[in-house]
Design a protein around this ligand. Structure first.
Ligand SMILES: [Zn+2]
Ligand SMILES: [Zn+2]
Length: 393
């Protein structure tokens, strides 16, 4: 490849050729919000788009109906770079997390890099990863070795500020089901075992525990079943919790304490307790300082606005599991100059603004440049890989 300025010019020229179609793709996904694992229209739209631009697509990837793997192979030796698409929506607020843009950015970046691939060698994957908000497909993909032979993974998420590196918490979704015994609540209360009392005991225990946990950890839950009528002693009660921590190690420790709160609730009420996971466990995101630095430089080069140093938001991502299998980046790009709250209709609407599109173009440029840098600079890739090895060991 030639010098940086020519490359930047070439990349921007390729983005301009498909940018209106990428806006249409993002708006189509926005207008057809589909919940996790039901993203039939959304995954098909990406598959059609990638097929049109010369990718070979494997549908129903790893047996998940709305997952796919699209490949562009130069048939010349070189690294393998993967872009990850998301396209699941949220109940009630549609694309309140902006995953309509994540898909457009991943698919767009994959296509842009593919335009240069015959010249520079290597392989590009664009992988469609359903259900990030609930039962993240990336967890199964990571467990099944999908990322083991990939040299680097890139994706980007919309937000109200921009960051090259992110922090995301490890998370476990834990369900406590208590089984008691029904009885007339007034005439035979002594014959009943109150499962709801066990749930309330669990909440009280966890509320006390909260004072003694690391400040970055989070425990939050709801009661999904709490009895059927006020004159029947609740026979069954169920509570769902999310427990989050900055490391998997602390999460494991904390989960045991949360379980003990439920065990105490069961013991004091006499109810039986069943513990299960109602969604998949996500790892914390393992960031890579060389990869983040390269990306940050390219975000500046391509004029990603509202670029901040430190990301302090504490969510959880299924991309965390990917980051423990191969070097990965998950930057945020701002789509609004005023503060936005994720998982709201306002956030969804912000994905349709001209500022969001301007930023989408910049982040596609930055990710494409980063991918091309890795494909053409073996030393850089080596550094990133050794940083990954050290961090994961
Ligand atoms: Zn979300
Ligand atoms: Zn999201």
């Amino acid at each position: 490849m030639k010098g940086m300025i020519l490359e930047m010019y070439k990349i921007n020229e390729e983005i301009d050729k498909i940018f209106n179609e990428l806006i249409e793709l993002s708006e189509y996904i926005y207008n057809n919000p589909e919940l996790g694992n039901q993203e039939f229209l959304s995954s098909k739209a990406h598959i059609d788009f990638l097929t049109k631009y010369g990718f070979k697509v494997e549908e129903h990837f790893i047996g998940i109906e709305t997952a796919f793997k699209a490949v562009y192979d130069s048939n010349k030796p070189g690294p393998t770079i993967a872009l990850l698409d998301e396209y699941d929506a949220l109940p009630g607020v549609g694309h309140g997390c902006g995953h309509n843009m994540i898909g457009a950015v991943g698919t767009g970046t994959g296509i842009i890099i593919s335009k240069f691939l015959d010249e520079i060698g290597g392989k590009i994957f664009v992988i469609g990863t359903p259900a990030e908000e609930t039962n993240g497909a990336k967890v199964d993909m990571a467990n099944q070795g999908v990322f083991n032979d990939i040299d680097a993974v890139l994706m980007a998420h919309p937000a109200d500020e921009s960051y090259a590196s992110i922090q995301s918490l490890a998370i476990e979704a834990i369900e406590f089901e208590f089984i008691g015994k029904a009885a007339h609540a007034a005439s035979d209360p002594e014959k009943g075992i109150n499962a709801l009392d066990a749930v309330i005991g669990t909440f009280n225990g966890i509320n006390a525990l909260r004072q003694h946990i690391e400040s970055s950890a989070r425990i939050h839950g709801i009661i999904t079943e709490g009895g059927v009528a006020a004159n029947i002693v609740p026979e069954k009660a169920v509570a769902n919790f999310y427990v989050r921590a900055t490391t998997k190690k602390y999460l494991t420790e904390l989960i045991e304490k949360v379980k003990n709160c439920a065990r105490a609730g069961a013991l004091s009420s006499g109810a039986e307790l069943k513990i299960s996971n109602y969604e998949k466990t996500y790892d914390n995101f393992a960031s890579n300082k060389f990869f983040d630095k390269l990306l940050l430089e390219n975000m500046k080069k391509y004029d990603v606005e509202q670029l901040m140093d430190n990301n302090t938001s504490l969510g959880s991502l299924d991309a965390g599991n990917v980051s423990h299998k191969c070097p990965a980046v998950h930057p945020m790009f701002s789509i609004s100059k005023t503060p936005l709250v994720a998982h709201t209709k306002e956030f969804a609407k912000a994905t349709l603004t001209s500022y969001a599109y301007k930023q989408m173009k910049s982040i596609i440029g930055a990710l494409s440049q980063t991918g091309i840098d890795l494909l053409t600079n073996a030393d850089l890739l080596k550094k990133i890989k050794s940083d990954f090895d050290n961090a994961i060991k």
